[in-house]
Design a protein around this ligand. Sequence first.
Ligand SMILES: Cc1cc2nc3c(=O)[nH]c(=O)nc-3n(C[C@H](O)[C@H](O)[C@H](O)COP(=O)(O)O)c2cc1C
Length: 336
Amino acid sequence: MTSYPKTTTLMERGRAFLGTDYAILCGAMSWVSERNLVSAISNAGGFGVIACGAMTPELLDAEIAATRAMTDRPFGVNLITMHPQLFDLIEVCARHQVGHVVLAGGIPPKGSVEAIKAFDAKVIVFAPTLALAKKLLRSGGDALVIEGMEAGGHIGPVSTSVLAQEFLPELSADHLVFVAGGIGRGEAIAGYLEMGAVGVQLGTRFACATESIAHPNFKAAFFRANARDAVASVQVDPRLPVIPVRALKNKGTEAFTAKQIEVARALDEDGIAMDEAQLQIEHYWAGALRRAVIDGDVESGSLMAGQSVGMVKAEEPVADIIAQLMAESEAALSRR
Ligand SMILES: Cc1cc2nc3c(=O)[nH]c(=O)nc-3n(C[C@H](O)[C@H](O)[C@H](O)COP(=O)(O)O)c2cc1C
């Protein structure tokens, strides 16, 4: 392991919590964060996280087993809180003695944090506001990820730089906070570590690594794109709240607008239930991401990407990306 003394010292608490050389998580990316990328990240000294997404418990079971066969380093599992089989998925994690479970996509339902802690796993939570962060950390969350709107995938309304200024001074003395969203280079990592973060989470920068199974068309779209191409989806109907998704603009982003209009019309004319309407919108994205990542349909599929996509220029092995990030951070800290 090349040493990056200043950076690893600032990452100390994060590294101890994750059990890794570097406190760099590769955030779960549905369809992308499967056995190959996750094990590559962990083998390179970072922390890989399996994206469970809409997987069934059987599929998650197989994915964890396959990942374990490819790495003996720690990795985590990301579960979406609104998954209808959340507790069965937790049970699968328990069977495999998964060390860290990331609960994403909303406030963890009653009993979920307890069920994870019952098999001694660490719980990593997301929180969009400081008040909610404090509540989740009080009620069993072991670490927090704050994620700004520069990120790829589902996003909140506030930028990473503002979240970092709001959350880190309040929380970093007593809690473990990882910063995500828009991080493409190590200089940014150094900055957040100095502000009190114990580590960082990146997605976009790793999505097109050599070990990522994303389709060559998906990767080519990333290499061509600039920051301004990664746009947040817009909500069309006030009755149909849409959690914005940041993705490269294409025909699919336009089609999403059309889909919302169609669902709104179904609400008015066919009397479908609000739950059903919202589910249809969520499902739109799940299917569309698969089409882009797996089938390579970059026209109508969803190319979820963060604004750091402009810094992703070529396919590189995960170990090289991590080494670059650490070297950039170390150089920045050494210049201080
Ligand atoms: C293609 C893609 C898919 C994603 N899917 C998920 C997901 O299933 N669950 C989740 O919690 N976050 C998801 N994210 C967010 C990442 O885990 C990570 O937090 C984010 O990418 C960090 O910001 P960055 O893209 O600016 O590096 C996704 C991001 C991307 C780019």
